[in-house]
Design a binder for this molecule. Structure first.
Ligand code: HXC
Length: 517
């Protein structure tokens, strides 16, 4: 064999070795845990055959604890680029078969390299996390490695979309990279995220808690809101990423992909003319409204199980991607509170950063009262949503279906927060507060002097309802651009989006604002 061929043979065998990561035994262990390997995950995530791997020959350089005797080609992470539906993305997947995917200095360098490339090329970066945390043998170098990644997450925020899947352990400071990214996906029974594990919790607080109870997918999807999606397995998690990517642009200078729309834009949805119950205290399901107006009824919900009184997610109108924010009357009467405000605010900011128009569907009775909310800073959380809508310069379309009272009216993308098209259904009630509260405040004293205070208050409520429980007071002042027939909502939103396609609006130049965090 010629020297040249020998060298090529050496390359082929080195590649084969690298593809085995930590070795066949470790791969088997990973499979026995019900998990895919890093390379299998990348293959499932990207378009077939599109992955180009980088830095396959990188090895760690640590010599502590005899580490020089134990090293693997590629170290503990597989990095590179490929496509999803033909669009460029950068990927890193931690390889649990190598030192439990723990982060070394060289691993950090590999990850930072693809992050830098993603920034230069203006393409999303996707991290598949499955790691035992900082590579303990490397000490402070591992910490520095994390810090390099975090710094890049911060600078990339609002420039390129960043997505994290947690497909195994993610503990300690390692949680902060996913937390800094735009969307996080966890897998049930397989992944967990926490700053301090069950052992520390037991020592410090005496509490017995399992990994799943402390930081499993369902906990973070429903209680903390740390994860945006909880998938049943790794394959579902990767499918969620592919879908998510389909709704968003490559970077902050581009628009989301336009897809062909076969759903008629002027489709009338008669059911909407009857969806609002006669009794204002009765609920209806906002999902039905969303499903009725968007293209083909397809709604890609985000944070479905967290703060269910507000609904957020992506959909399309005439093939154009939009972010939907909608109060859910079926859950806590659609009230705004700490969690729903935070949830919606972050989503509004994502959409604004990435040129995705916002469609807001309003039916909100107000903010949730009480010490629980006030002590948890509902003022600041509500202000986050207010701030997010107010600073957003993307096209903003608001449709008020029913209630829109007081502060919550303002917060939910009102006209004065630079709402572009603010529509209302005839059933809308846009007022300072609901009739019950208003009558109590205005006539409590007078009511006491009446023979029948309850009857008197009811009369006053009726008077108030007649005067204010309609959209025409707001429309009279131009705060509502038009009162629309519910069944026509889809068409009116699409017309508005078409009209707003060339919208140009910029905020005053500044280093950055000071959102009430
Ligand atoms: C080096 C590690 C490692 C680590 C795991 N391994 N974590 N090596 N540094 N952090 C190695 C194991 O020694 C083992 O090597 C292999 O990976 C697989 O690990 P197992 O323990 O066999 O797997 P499993 O039973 O599934 O348990 C996974 C685990 C556990 C829960 C993650 O390994 C674990 O608790 N690891 C330590 C976690 C930790 O304390 N990390 C540091 C936190 S501090 P062999 O050779 O036997 O196969 C931190 C600070 C970050 O991360 C700060 C950022 C700002």
């Amino acid at each position: 064999m010629s020297t040249q061929l020998e060298k090529i043979q050496e390359l082929i065998s080195l590649r084969e070795q690298a593809r085995l990561g930590g070795g066949e035994k470790a791969i088997q262990k990973q499979h026995d845990r019900g998990k895919l390997t890093a390379r299998e995950r990348i293959a499932a995530l990207l378009d077939e055959g599109s992955f180009e791997e980088l830095d396959m020959f990188v090895r760690h350089r640590c010599t502590n604890f005899g580490q020089e005797k134990k090293s693997f080609l590629g170290d503990g992470v597989v990095t590179g680029y490929g496509t999803i539906d033909g669009r460029l993305v950068y990927v890193f997947a931690q390889d649990f078969t190598v030192f439990g995917g723990s982060l070394s200095e060289t691993m950090s360098q590999k990850i930072c390299k693809v992050m830098d490339m993603a920034m230069k090329m203006g393409a999303p970066v996707i991290g598949l996390n499955d790691s035992g945390g900082a590579r303990i043998q490397e000490g402070i170098n591992a910490l520095a490695g994390y810090s390099e990644i975090f710094q890049r997450n911060i600078l990339a925020s609002g420039v390129i979309p960043q997505i994290s899947a947690i497909l195994g352990p993610c503990a300690g400071g390692a949680v902060y990279s996913p937390a800094l990214t735009d969307f996080t996906i966890m897998t049930r029974g397989m992944s967990y995220m926490f700053l301090t594990g069950p052992k520390v919790v037991k020592t410090v607080l005496g509490e017995d808690v399992t990994q799943e109870q402390l930081g499993g997918a369902d906990v973070h999807a429903s209680k903390s809101g740390v994860t945006h999606f909880a998938a049943n397995d790794g394959a579902e998690a990767l499918a969620i990423i592919r879908k998510l990517i389909s709704y968003i642009p490559q970077n902050n200078l581009e628009e989301a992909p336009l897809v062909e729309c076969n759903d008629p834009i002027d489709r009338l949805e008669d059911s909407l003319n009857e969806i609002i119950p006669d009794n204002p205290n009765k609920a209806y399901d906002m999902y039905e409204v969303i499903g009725a107006v968007v293209d083909n009824g397809e709604f890609f919900e985000i944070q479905r199980d967290y703060a269910r009184n507000i609904i957020i997610g992506f959909a399309r109108f005439n093939g154009q991607s939009v972010g939907i924010v909608a109060n859910q009357p079926k859950f806590l009467a659609g009230v705004l509170d700490c969690n729903s405000s935070r949830k919606a605010a972050r989503f509004v900011r994502f959409c604004d950063a990435f040129n995705i128009p916002l469609v807001t569907l309003v039916d909100v009775p107000g903010f949730l009262p009480g010490t629980g909310q006030e002590y948890n800073a509902v003022i600041l959380h509500g202000a986050k949503l207010l701030y997010a809508y107010g600073e957003a310069t993307v096209p903003k379309i608001t449709v008020t279906l029913r209630k829109s009272f007081g502060g919550s009216h303002i917060v939910m993308s009102c006209k004065q927060l630079r709402g572009d098209m603010n529509y209302a259904w005839p059933s809308a009630e846009i007022a300072v507060m609901g009739a019950d509260g208003a009558a109590e405040v205005l006539y409590a004293k007078e009511a006491k002097e009446q023979e029948d205070p309850a009857k008197f208050l009811n009369e006053k409520k009726d008077e108030y309802t007649k005067l204010f429980a309609n959209p025409y007071q707001a429309a009279k002042y131009g705060y509502i651009d038009d009162v629309i027939e519910p069944r026509n909502t889809r068409f009116r939103i699409i017309k508005a989006l078409q009209q707003l396609a060339t919208k140009k609006l910029t905020n005053p130049a500044k280093k950055h604002g000071n959102i009430p965090l």
